[in-house]
Write a protein of this length. Structure first.
Length: 304
């Protein structure tokens, strides 16, 4: 039986951080995950994102300084599926067994998500064109998915820093209360427009559309990541006119000339939405991502 003094020492050792103290160094593969880790971890984490807010779909050039961040990190948090075909090359370069896929320090937050478009698995090289081969990867654009994502983050941070677990839990609860209040507000705002048909540029928006009652009638890209041909655009524009699609959802990095061409020929209004935290100066965090996007959509939907 442990003496009282020994018991205190044992409890302190059990609660000791797994990385040696100080702020937890976390690396994420997206600015959205960075925002969610920060929401749970607060000032007890330092988080960097390997991918910028705006980049070519599923293509990222990682800088040497970011490789150094990853080498010193205690945890990698990633979107998973085939969203990051560039990540395998990065992990080979870093060559740290700590980040072995499936290991506790390589957190794939897609595992708690009910995925869309997962009916047919498509497998290809990490260098090939991205095709959402295991389900659509843009699941963070349903704000309700922040619940399972932050649950996984909470568990990982608490494992690394048990003594701060109650703080992480309280910070997550505070964030989710703010998010859920926003979700109720966004749902009310979008309710009058349930069933509105839209066309997108990249296949980014199915989770957002399902949550807020939009119907995606088509995409400019015939396959995710593949630029549209003139013949594809001609057929799409004709169908948009026939079915009276009034809105085209684009992102700040979308090809302006193609957007303007399709908008002019189809009569659909282009609405620029931010697909990630930081993609627009008005979107510094996860909740504002939906405040801005829902606001822009409702403004367009109510315009004459």
């Amino acid at each position: 039986m442990l003496r009282p003094a020994c018991l205190v020492v044992a409890l302190l050792l059990a609660a000791a951080p797994a990385w040696g103290g100080g702020r937890l160094q976390i690396v994420t593969t997206s600015t959205d995950l960075k925002a969610l880790v920060e929401a749970v971890g607060g000032d007890r984490v330092r988080v960097t994102s390997l991918a910028p807010a705006i980049h070519a779909p599923h293509q990222v050039d990682v800088k040497p300084s970011q490789l150094a961040d990853l080498r010193s990190a205690e945890l990698l948090v990633r979107v998973g599926l085939d969203h990051e075909p560039w990540l395998a090359r990065v992990l080979r370069t870093v060559n740290d067994p700590k980040f072995t896929p499936g290991g506790p320090n390589n957190l794939d937050v897609s595992r708690g998500i009910v995925l869309l478009q997962s009916e047919t698995a498509r497998v290809q090289s990490e260098r090939g064109v991205h095709v959402h081969g295991f389900g659509n990867t843009h699941y963070w654009l349903d704000p309700d998915n922040a619940h399972p994502i932050t649950r996984a983050i909470l568990a990982a941070l608490t494992r690394l820093d048990p003594a701060s677990g109650f703080i992480f839990d309280a910070q997550r609860a505070s964030f989710l209360a703010r998010l859920d209040a926003g979700l109720a507000r966004w749902t009310r705002s979008m309710a009058p427009y349930h069933g509105t048909r839209v066309v997108t540029v990249h296949d980014t928006w199915p989770y957002f559309a399902r949550r807020f009652g939009l119907v995606i009638a088509g995409a400019l890209e015939p396959t995710p990541g593949v630029p549209p041909s003139p013949s594809h655009l001609a057929v799409l524009v004709q169908r948009m006119r026939e079915t009276r699609v009034r809105f085209l959802l684009a992102s700040p990095d979308s090809d302006t000339s193609v957007i303007n061409q399709v908008s002019l020929k189809s009569g659909a209004r282009a609405v620029i939405l931010a697909a990630s935290v930081g993609a627009d100066p008005a979107v510094p965090d996860y909740v504002s991502l939906f405040d801005v996007n829902v606001g822009r959509l409702t403004e367009a939907l109510t315009a004459p």
